[in-house]
Design a protein around this ligand. Structure first.
Ligand code: WT7
Length: 683
């Protein structure tokens, strides 16, 4: 645990004293037929029931999905292992796609895609796929995967831009029971190498390139570099399927590269959904933790499917076959995209919108242009984006008709009340409820969130637990804390979409999530530790305070400080590095790196030092991805350490945020001169 938050300290009382409360609007005032949950009393009643009788409650919810064979028991729970809908057989792709066609909805639009490029006349490419078309494409690509030798249980790596083929590829995997491991297109070739190796994946699906702010991201080049490293390591990839999106120049390796279009043209569209066991793996998704090595979070079939569809419906008030259009602006490479662009939304028959590119291309009003063009009704984005919109100016949204909007969502990090209020006024025109959804890659779906027709909202608070979720703020012994006491955010009961493990690392799974509140006779705690600190206010509303581990949240994306440190240290000029978070206007948290150079590699003149900073930055981008680039690099002769050799991050954080050391306890500091030097340099 890092020193940033001491949960036992009584002194952690809120600095924020936000008390504005916004009552939910009536459904009719937003042109909606109804709210699924329309009062706080109804929420409380349902929540109470779901906690008292989880089996009865989740059994009912799950029967809305299609099962090839019913489950024999709803839940088997031996901490930390949960099995949901035990013995049930289903298929997630079937519920997202085929089932809709069977039920007569084949002609309804399932997916709306908008490309990034805009031509001189202002035209953009838009593709709409009906459920029938999605079924046909998905089945075809499933046949392609089969023809490449992929069978149930084989992990398929997907590294693509935001194109419909990405959705098709993931659904095709689900169709044949091959877990996918999707890697965000912003990650580097090294990140691909590590993940492919960890997952023992033999097939990669990629694109030649991806459009981003008018430029092409060379995805295939990155895959090529990864494949080379993998081959050298004896973990050669067998097939790389390339969807040509940008027609950029790529090299072609006859022995492993396969062309998407050619394969699809030859493939059969007759490839039925496999009946998967409820607990079969649906996907792996890598996320950062407090060590240098990302962890492959394991999600399984039945519980994840049930929970994402249920929470999609409730949090956003999605109504099937109505005039709604749902838009989540995340990339599918993150859990938000998995759960709330694809898996949770498609079963509900509300068209899900996928946008290919950047929010400010060609102009800063692109998102609002899209909202207007497609009459988006539910809009889900991140605080970092909202802060960028604020900075770009209200004139951009004000140019567009946003009257179609009904519910606004936010996710990824705590939203500052100023950004919340801007979202409320400028985008929601004070009509639309805002749902601030707290959850994680590990939780699979929303855990703490207002429900738009039921929960009064307070800017900055994610309000109350989702139905079925027993969230609490605990001390380190697992005792619940009182109002306004900061502590550990924990989930005390299993839920259907919870992670089932870390791929290949049982010990890390238990250590990270299930060891904080160990019962006396065992080291496994019955409660899930989220890794966040939080408090509840006098209304019982949750306020997320920050991470308790060495993880920072940059623009709503998790990064391990150790990961960035390892990347820096792998540069030949660096002997030691310490990375901490620092406040950042747009990103929420930025990255500050304190770096000790090898004497022989220490340039003497200032311009060479500046150049070295640039080269360290691009080195980190190469090792991890551009999101991990430090916002600030400081060179130092040594790092401040405790007597036991632990880097004093608390001090570095204070320096990086410009707070200075005056109010920091330095009694365990090894070398005061080091601190004095760092301070001098920062002035
Ligand atoms: C961490 C999870 C879940 C999708 C995006 C991030 C932070 C997430 C909120 C929120 C305050 C939030 C937490 C959490 N976080 N949503 N609404 N309010 N903090 O997924 O990369 O798994 O990160 O993001 O710190 O632990 P992730």
């Amino acid at each position: 645990m890092s020193e940033s938050v001491d949960p036992s300290s009584k002194s952690i009382e809120s600095g924020l004293q936000e008390s504005r409360l916004f009552e939910p609007a009536s459904a009719s005032s937003l042109g909606m037929d109804h709210w699924h949950i329309s009062s706080i009393e109804q929420y409380r009643e349902l929540h109470e029931r779901s906690i008292q009788d989880p089996a009865g409650f989740w059994g009912e919810v799950a029967s809305n999905m299609h099962w090839f064979e019913p489950w024999t028991s709803v839940l088997e729970w031996t901490p930390p292992d949960a099995r949901w809908f035990v013995g049930g057989k289903t298929n997630v792709c079937d519920n997202c796609v085929d089932r809709q066609v069977r039920d007569g909805h084949g002609d309804r639009v399932a997916l709306i895609w908008e490309a990034e490029p805009v031509d001189k006349a202002g035209n953009v490419e838009i593709r709409k796929l009906t459920y029938l078309q999605l079924q046909e494409q998905t089945a075809r690509f499933a046949s392609v995967l089969r023809s490449l030798g992929v069978t149930r249980g084989d992990v398929v790596t997907i590294y693509m831009g935001m194109v419909p083929e990405l959705a098709i590829a993931m659904l095709a995997c689900a169709r044949i029971g091959a877990p996918h491991s999707i890697i965000f297109g912003g990650f580097s070739s090294q990140a691909i190498t590590d993940r492919v190796q960890d997952a023992k994946s033999k097939v990669i699906v990629t694109c030649d390139g991806a459009w981003r702010r008018g430029k092409i991201v060379p995805l295939k080049d990155n895959v090529d570099a990864a494949c080379e490293k993998l081959a050298t390591a004896g973990d050669a990839v067998e097939h790389v399927v390339v969807f040509k999106r940008c027609e950029n120049d790529i090299s072609w390796n006859q022995s492993i590269d396969r062309d998407w279009a050619t394969l699809m043209a030859e493939a059969s569209d007759d490839c039925p959904c496999e009946a998967m066991d409820s607990e079969d793996m649906l996907f792996l998704l890598y996320t950062s933790g407090s060590t240098g090595k990302p962890k492959g979070i394991v999600h399984t079939t039945g519980g994840y499917m049930v929970y994402t569809a249920y929470t999609s419906g409730l949090s956003f008030n999605l109504i099937s076959d109505s005039d709604q259009v749902f838009w989540c602006t995340a990339d599918i490479g993150w859990i938000t995209g998995h759960s709330y662009i694809i898996y949770g939304i498609l079963p509900l028959r509300v068209p899900t919108l996928m946008y290919e590119g950047a929010p400010n291309f060609p102009e800063a009003d692109r998102f609002w242009d899209i909202v207007q063009r497609h009459r988006v009704t539910q809009f889900y984005t991140a605080p970092t984006a909202i802060r960028a919109f604020m900075k770009w100016g209200s004139e951009h949204p004000e140019k567009h008709d946003l009257s179609s909007l009904k519910v606004l969502g936010t996710v990824g990090e705590p939203i500052n009340p100023e950004a919340w209020m801007w979202y409320h006024r400028v985008i929601g025109k004070e009509r639309c409820p805002i749902v601030d959804t707290w959850w994680q890659t590990e939780t699979g779906g929303h855990m703490i969130t207002p429900l738009p027709g039921a929960t009064p909202t307070t800017p900055g608070s994610c309000a109350l637990p989702m139905i079925g979720i027993d969230a609490a703020v605990l001390d380190e012994n697992g005792n619940e804390l009182g109002a306004n006491q900061g502590g550990l955010l924990a989930i005390r009961k299993p839920w259907p979409a919870m992670l089932r493990g870390i791929h290949g690392d049982r010990e890390r799974f238990i250590d990270t999530y299930w060891s904080a509140f160990g019962a006396e006779d065992s080291s496994v705690s019955p409660f899930y530790l989220a890794g966040d600190s939080a408090r509840r206010d006098d209304n019982g509303y949750f306020w997320i305070m920050g991470r308790i581990d060495d993880v920072i949240n940059v623009s709503g994306h998790r990064l391990g400080t150790m990961e960035v440190e390892s990347a820096l240290v792998s540069h030949q000029a660096v002997v030691e590095a310490a990375v901490v978070g620092m406040p950042h206007e747009i990103k929420g948290t930025g990255i500050a790196a304190f770096v000790t150079l090898a004497p022989a590699s220490t340039p003497s003149d200032p311009s060479a030092l500046e150049e070295l900073k640039v080269s360290l930055s691009s080195h980190v981008a190469n090792e991890i991805g551009a999101i991990a680039k430090p916002d600030q690099i400081r060179f130092t002769d040594a790092l401040p350490k405790t007597r036991s050799g632990k880097i004093m991050r608390r001090l570095l954080r204070a320096i990086a945020s410009g707070e200075g050391q005056s109010n920091q306890d330095t009694t365990t500091l090894e070398d005061f001169s080091v601190l004095a030097k760092l301070q001098d340099d920062s002035e």
